[in-house]
Design a protein around this ligand. Structure first.
Ligand code: MEV
Length: 445
């Protein structure tokens, strides 16, 4: 066993990749040679591509692989897409593809973007106690905010975006002396985090100056921070499907009306019961995150925003909704989502570039629609299974190969066991039993 370090190693980030590996493996690995080969085995064969990956973050040792799959046959607003998905969970792509096929024959998905507006804040403290004076200074400074950010916003304005407006918000009821400048942005096809943050930092400087110039004996403002908000409730997309109740349920063992009623009831439960809502929304995010990852977007931002939105009416609720009315089944999602199709790693990561190409190099608005559809489709498949066969049937079938790989089954054994489970329910113990039986080992051994 190697000795773990007892002192901090200063300047680790300055070491070469080889030196980092040497140091780490000598201290943290029980089999440094084998571990090194494994890590190096994940390096890209092209030095150029590997260098790109090395430079995405600090202290890169190797690459972390995830399966990259595709769910074809998504008809969205009349166009047919093959949706790229990067995800490790066995059943996600299969579930998306199944829902895509199901809805393909029922008119496909319709999606529309409500708005693309994003927000950021200069959070500041002013103990002056005279909000009317502050509001007057703000009103006089509005043009100056725009002028001082002109340089920063030039390119964005040329693309049709920029700063949409500013507002001074009095938050002193929530926190003594707390105010905000809330700034609204349109960042077109970029996610816009750097653009927004740069503008906010300039706006904060302008604001400090403007207040200083006029405050006389009044106290100065203290800017606490200037940062975009990942909560973008206005940057929102809706996706939906609908069909006659008579067409809703093919081959899942229960009648159409019963299926529709159970589905709506399941959605109601996910609306009134947070324990269910969290799992329900997690299923939606299975689809959303997979496409967000594949297209090089920030899944943490998307997740944080989605859950804040799900809780925005006072309790945590389903992001999807369903109704049966006039013989029609309708199912939809409303979700805020701040995405980019330019900037970030979108033009750098080869697989991300491929994802965008696969989707026809969509605008951010189009990508919002595609990703909302992926979430809706995922949720449809999950709820469909839950209210009919139960989730484990399909899930464990997809997970079977993971179990067999854990058991180090050969390709031939895998094929035979998969065949064996074609008409049987998979469980971990049933898979292990089948494996032992095939190898002629009695389970006790
Ligand atoms: C599993 O990753 C996701 C589900 O639990 C979602 C759901 O329950 O709706 C199947």
């Amino acid at each position: 066993m190697n000795e773990r370090p007892t002192e901090a190693l200063k300047g680790f980030s300055k070491l070469s990749k080889e030196q980092k590996l040497d140091w780490l493996l000598s201290h943290y690995s029980t089999h440094p040679g084998a571990t090194r080969s494994m890590l190096v085995g994940y390096w890209h064969s092209s030095q150029e591509v590997q260098k790109l990956h090395d430079e995405f973050i600090e202290n890169t040792l190797t690459n972390f692989y995830m399966p990259f799959g595709v769910a074809p046959n998504f008809k969205i607003n009349g166009q047919v897409y093959a949706i790229p998905m990067a995800i490790e969970e066995s059943s996600v792509v299969a579930a998306a593809a199944k829902a895509a096929n199901f809805w393909f024959d029922r008119g496909g998905f319709k999606a529309s973007v409500v708005s693309m507006t994003k927000v950021g804040h200069v959070h500041f403290i002013w103990p002056g106690g005279d909000p009317a004076w502050l509001a007057a200074v703000f009103a006089q400074t509005e043009q100056r905010f725009m002028a001082d950010t002109e340089e920063l916003t030039r390119n964005m304005r040329a693309r049709g975006g920029g700063i949409l407006g500013l507002e001074l918000k009095d938050k002193t009821d929530a926190e003594p002396g707390y105010y905000q400048l809330e700034v609204r942005f349109d960042t077109r096809d970029s996610m816009g985090a750097n653009f927004i943050n740069s503008c906010l930092e300039q706006i904060a400087k302008t604001w400090i100056q403007a207040v200083d110039e006029q405050r006389d004996e009044r106290p100065e403002i203290t800017v606490i921070m200037s940062i975009l908000s990942n909560f973008t409730p206005e940057c929102r997309v809706r996706a939906e499907v609908q069909c006659a109740v008579d067409e809703i349920n093919e081959g899942s063992g229960i009648g159409n009306q019963e299926f529709a009623d159970k589905f709506v009831r399941a959605l109601r439960i996910a609306t009134v019961e947070p324990y269910r809502a969290v799992t329900h929304n997690k299923g939606i995010m299975n689809g959303i995150d997979a496409v967000v990852m594949a297209t090089g977007n920030d899944f943490r931002a998307i997740e944080a925003c989605a859950h804040a939105f799900a809780a925005s009416q006072g309790s945590y609720r389903s992001l999807t909704h369903a109704e049966v009315a006039g013989g029609k089944f309708r199912f939809w999602i409303d979700i805020p989502m701040s995405l980019g199709t330019v900037g970030g790693i979108t033009s750098l990561h080869p697989l991300v570039k491929f994802s965008h190409e696969l989707l026809g190099n969509p605008s951010a608005e189009e990508l919002m629609k595609i990703i909302a559809v992926a979430g809706l489709a995922q949720n449809f498949s999950a709820v469909r299974s839950l209210i009919t066969s139960g989730i484990q049937k399909g899930h464990m079938k997809m997970h079977l190969l993971n179990i067999l790989n854990q058991l180090e089954a050969t390709e031939e054994e895998k094929a035979q066991i998969v065949e064996h489970f074609k008409d049987k329910v998979v469980s971990f113990s049933a898979a292990v039993d089948a494996f032992f039986k095939l190898r002629g080992i009695s389970p006790e051994k």
